[in-house]
Design a protein around this ligand. Structure first.
Ligand code: ZN
Length: 329
């Protein structure tokens, strides 16, 4: 179907270039949606990693989902989505902040062979112990404030179903997701039925709720027509017109997901401190210098004897560092 500028969508979306997230709402109904396409950022995430095809597909879907959920964050901070697997894939991590800055990584069990068509449960849930974890991590935490964390079993045979179940269970939010990723692009559609503000149980409210439900069901049915191949091969401006051309929809200014890794030397140092002085010194004795590569962006951090001694020096103002191989406590 071709679309004219006079389509009920109102403002023409124009051509979207690069990584884009498009929010929209259905007019006169508490139903919102988002479409996202991530290609440059997705390629950056895959660079330097030779993940198997089936892992790339799930990680890409999770990247798209991470952006879709983060776009509605009501605080300055990040969403961290993780799958802790008990099969050939041990961990998938996607982090996305409120400015849609993304990073992601995967950890495989050593020496595993993974088929191209491996299912979600074959990848992560071989013994039924796979877990899906969402962490909401505010950037400016109060002293002692812990990030909010929700953990659910890997309930569903697709990334989309797992997240839909999570949203319903933990957020009491009706959410539908359609996700797809190949090596070049990760795309997704999210639809969400928003709660109406509680008010008087009058006639108007009942009518509005009925309308909301009708719009919600219709939108979900339209989303249901979207096939994986179509999602992979069609830009989101076209998808929007194809799916919702008969709907009255308001679109917002498009947002731009980007790649960003928050690693730095201080955080790597903190990690070494957590390992403990003894552990670090024995590794130093063996290797001479510690090299740590960031799992997300591949950046290399080197810590020699002097660097490590400084980490463990209790008096941070002291210039003197312990001699190499110096005494432990
Ligand atoms: Zn990094």
């Amino acid at each position: 179907m071709t679309t004219e500028t006079s389509s009920p969508l109102g403002t023409p979306l124009g051509t979207t270039a690069g990584d884009t997230l498009q929010k929209f709402i259905f007019d006169n109904a508490a139903v919102r949606g988002e479409l996202v396409e991530i290609s440059d950022t997705w390629r950056e995430i895959q660079a330097r990693h030779g993940y198997p095809k089936a892992v790339r597909a799930v990680l890409g879907e999770m990247v798209a989902a991470g952006a879709l959920l983060s776009a509605n964050l009501k605080f300055n901070g990040s969403i961290v989505m993780q799958i802790h697997g008990d099969g050939p894939v041990r961990l998938l991590v996607v982090e996305c902040d409120a400015n849609l800055r993304l990073r992601a990584t995967a950890k495989l069990a050593p020496g595993v062979e993974i088929g191209d068509e491996a299912s979600l449960s074959e990848l992560f849930n071989v013994n039924g112990n796979g877990r899906f974890v969402i962490t909401l991590d505010p950037a400016d935490k109060m002293p002692g404030q812990q990030p909010y964390q929700g953990v659910v079993p890997l309930d569903g045979d697709s990334m989309a179903t797992v997240i839909e179940n999570y949203m319903l269970r933990s957020e009491q939010m009706d959410t539908r997701l359609w996700l797809a990723a190949d090596d070049g692009v990760a795309r997704g559609l999210l639809l969400q039925k928003l709660p109406r503000h509680s008010g008087k149980e009058d006639q108007t409210k009942q009518a509005t709720e009925a309308e909301d439900l009708e719009t919600w069901n219709r939108a979900a049915m339209l989303g249901q027509t979207l096939k994986r191949e179509e999602l992979l091969s069609t830009d989101i401006a076209t998808l929007m017109r194809r799916l919702f051309w008969e709907e009255t929809i308001r679109v917002f200014d498009p947002l731009q997901p980007t790649f960003h890794c928050s690693c730095n030397r201080e955080k790597v140092g903190d990690m070494l401190k957590m390992l403990g002085q003894e552990e670090v010194e024995s590794a130093l004795a063996e290797l001479g210098e510690l090299g740590i590569n960031c799992d997300f962006c591949g950046k290399h951090y080197a810590f020699d004897k002097v660097d490590c001694a400084q980490l463990f020096a209790s008096d941070t103002t002291a210039q003197a560092v312990m001699p190499p191989g110096g005494s432990t406590h």
